[in-house]
Write a protein that binds this ligand. Structure first.
Ligand code: CUA
Length: 323
């Protein structure tokens, strides 16, 4: 095989083998059917061609057995594709709990990445081998798409939204990163690479360079600077809900609905606070749309995410709606 133009990209993540197996299964089934249909078509066209102007074939009244076969066999094959596909889909969309979190901000025409410890990179992402990496992906301008063929992951970067992808790299090396959504003039050059290192080398890499500010620390600082802390007090006496321990838990809204306080919810509550107001509170919070950048938003979300507390010390929820 010519290494410059491989038939398949390298398999360098834990899901790559499963994605390929499913792909090859679907390709073989559809390929074999396509070949079978072409052969049958040619055979029937020749065998039953019109031999004279007065050619009248005998009438046929159908065959139940034949109809059952051509209905049930494809149905069974499709059912296998569906169940198998769903299994791989869920695997691709459910990052393990112990994953390290990397934020990805796309911008014409670059990828801005930040490690949980605060290191920032542009167009290049260093990760340890064997460790699950959860990507929180967003965009500052238009839609881009984060695509690493060797990991078999591709996820759109959409302005105003957090999309989640994850991977566990299995092989050290350098792998292509592409933007897979046409985003303007320099789209084709919006590339980069993911460098997979041995865990020790990754630690060394992290330790090199000046000690950066982690997203959590940056978020905490901003939380004070923007005076969020005057309303979101830790003691339940503020005008806004207590944020301690809120992340990842269900929130009862004024509308009666219940939502889980995930990244998307926290982000929305900062940029359009009136959209989903917590039950028991007034919609008095001003919007921070335009006042904080995507990267600052990620810091704020990371800070709120860090306010987890052990379950035993969780405060009683307001309004007696605890669960
Ligand atoms: Cu960014 Cu295409």
């Amino acid at each position: 095989m010519n290494p410059a133009m491989p038939f398949f990209p390298e398999r360098a993540s834990s899901v790559a083998g499963e994605v390929d197996a499913l792909f090859l299964f679907i390709l073989s089934v559809t390929g074999l059917f396509a070949i079978g249909i072409w052969i049958a078509l040619l055979f029937l066209a020749v065998r039953y061609r019109r031999r004279s102007d007065a050619d009248r074939p005998p009438e046929i009244h159908g065959s139940l057995a034949l109809e059952l076969v051509w209905t049930l066999v494809p149905l069974a094959l499709m059912a296998v594709m569906f169940v198998w596909g769903a299994k791989v889909f869920f695997q691709l969309n459910r990052p393990p709990d112990d994953a390290m979190q990397v934020s990805v901000v796309a911008k014409r025409w670059m990828w801005k990445l930040q490690h949980p410890t605060g290191q920032r990179e542009i167009g290049e992402l260093h990760v340890p081998r064997g460790r699950a990496v959860r990507l929180v992906i967003t965009s500052e301008d238009t839609i881009h798409s984060f695509f690493v063929p060797a990991f078999r992951i591709k996820k759109d970067a959409v302005p105003g939204r957090y999309n989640i992808a994850w991977f566990r790299a299995t092989k050290t090396g350098s792998y292509h990163l592409f933007c897979a959504e046409y985003c303007g003039t320099e789209h084709a050059r919006m590339t980069g690479r993911v460098v997979v290192m041995e865990p020790e080398d990754y630690q060394t890499w992290l330790a090199g360079g000046p000690a950066p500010e982690s997203p959590v620390a940056a978020g905490e600082k901003l939380f004070t600077e923007l005076n969020c802390v005057t309303c979101h007090r830790p003691d339940d006496a503020g005008r806004g809900p207590v944020l301690l321990g809120i992340f990842g838990r269900p929130v009862r809204l004024a509308s009666g609905e219940e939502v889980v306080a995930d990244e998307a919810y926290v982000r929305e509550s900062i940029v359009s606070p009136a959209a989903k107001v917590t039950a028991g509170y007034q919609p008095v919070m001003p919007t921070f749309q335009g006042q904080v950048s995507e990267e600052q938003l990620i810091g704020l979300v990371a800070y709120i995410q860090s306010l987890r507390i052990p379950p035993a010390k969780a405060p009683a929820e307001r309004g007696g709606k605890s669960r």
